[in-house]
Design a protein around this ligand. Structure first.
Ligand code: SOE
Length: 388
């Protein structure tokens, strides 16, 4: 058993989610090697030194460039906002470090392509944080589709609904700033749904989209953690919001299926409500993240009088990863999906095997997101592969 020393860039919401996964992994999974929380890195000395203690890292640094130069660091894990993915990822690839990067991969397709090429040329392991692929119920959906339980797919209907910025006084945080986030609900939430559409159905041929920014000016921000923030002060200056609050788009898949995806932060009552439905010639399935241990399945071949959506409780030992957690029915949550994705990432390093979703999946997702933004701008259908 060798040490895999992790250098973590970022210590807020995703930094905490990743650190929690590192600490839980060896307790619940038979990992091949020893995953070491070696260095956590952030700009603010006081905050990052406090995070090091809280998250169980041996050291902290404020220079990501010095971190990447260290020969005793094997993995660079990037959890900074989206405008700070490309630079550290390319530097880490050049230094032959394995890379885990949060989604979306980059601000746009061109940057994502540079990251993908650098990672590929370096021959390192690279994975992107589409953690919903690692929900056991979604992995079951994938297995059922691969076993042709739905037959030919006709529809994918997806959505990711939140409501955390409906208050006009909520300040302009980094997720609402185009130069930092790249886009609003589209890149932050839509990226996950686009990835699941690719994972479960097929690549996407063309899109037609519309978006809206419902609140066009917000107070400037002082501090943000997770999805909460406090206003600078009562008379904070007002800033223009330059990203989408909501985006809705139509899709044609390369396998002929039709689809829709809706993302919004203005769906009152929906907190982190990602869901999808897939309709095929032999059946349908529905998934709701707020009931993430369940998959609803409708089998067209059931006897007529017994037909209906059946609820599969995907929390038994037979379901992916569940044998590593608790007895049947002792459900799991959001944080467990990060443990699953990192188990696969570190095992791919230990065993020199491939890992998914990788930077190619991040690149293809960025291509769809750029096509959606072009469709909004030009008010027309856009072929995804025309984005270069
Ligand atoms: C905020 O919208 C957020 O935390 C996203 O950034 C995550 O990727 C998503 O999983 C939950 O919501």
């Amino acid at each position: 058993m060798k040490d895999i020393n992790v250098g973590l860039i970022g210590y807020k919401f995703m930094g905490k989610a990743h650190s929690n996964a590192f600490s839980m992994l060896p307790m619940f999974f038979n990992v091949t090697d020893n995953i070491v929380r070696k260095v956590i890195c952030g700009r603010d000395e006081k905050s990052v030194s406090s995070a090091a203690k809280k998250y169980g890292f041996s050291e902290h640094m404020t220079s990501w460039k010095e971190l990447i130069k260290r020969v005793d660091i094997h993995v660079i894990d990037i959890t900074a906002p989206s405008d700070f993915h490309k630079e550290p990822a390319i530097a880490a690839a050049e230094a032959k470090k394995h890379i885990f990067c949060e989604k979306p991969l980059a601000l746009n397709y061109a940057d994502a392509l540079m990251m993908y090429k650098a990672a590929n040329e370096a021959g390192i392991k690279h994975q992107i944080g589409f953690n919903y692929r690692y929900v056991p119920a979604i992995m079951l959906a994938k297995k059922m589709i691969e076993q042709n339980k739905l037959g030919r797919i006709f529809h994918f209907r997806g959505a990711f609904l939140q409501d955390w910025i409906m208050d006009p006084d909520f300040p302009k945080v980094w997720r609402l700033d185009k130069k930092v986030a790249g886009s609003g609900s589209l890149g932050d939430l839509g990226a996950h749904v686009v990835d699941l559409a690719r994972f479960l159905v097929s690549d996407i041929e063309k899109v037609s989209a519309i978006s809206e920014t419902f609140i066009k000016q917000r107070p400037s921000v002082q501090e943000m953690t997770g999805l909460s923030a406090q206003k600078k002060n009562a008379n904070a200056i007002m800033e223009e919001v330059d990203v989408d609050d909501a985006t809705i788009f139509l899709m044609k898949f390369t396998n002929g299926a039709l689809g829709t995806i809706e993302t919004t932060r203005f769906a009152g009552g929906h907190k982190n409500d990602m869901y999808f439905e897939i309709n095929g010639e032999k059946g349908s399935m529905k998934f709701y993240f707020e009931r993430m241990n369940e998959l609803l399945y409708y089998n067209m071949e059931d006897e007529e009088e017994y037909k209906g959506f059946r609820l599969i409780q995907a929390s038994e030992g037979i379901h992916p990863y569940m044998q590593s957690w608790w007895p049947a029915g002792h459900v799991i949550g959001y944080e467990n999906t990060f443990v699953h994705e990192f188990y696969e990432f570190f095992e791919s390093i230990s065993n020199d095997t491939n890992t998914k979703p990788d930077f190619y999946d991040g690149l293809k997702c960025s291509q769809v997101l750029d096509a959606v933004e072009l469709s909004i701008k030009e008010n027309c259908w856009v072929n995804v592969n025309s984005v270069r």
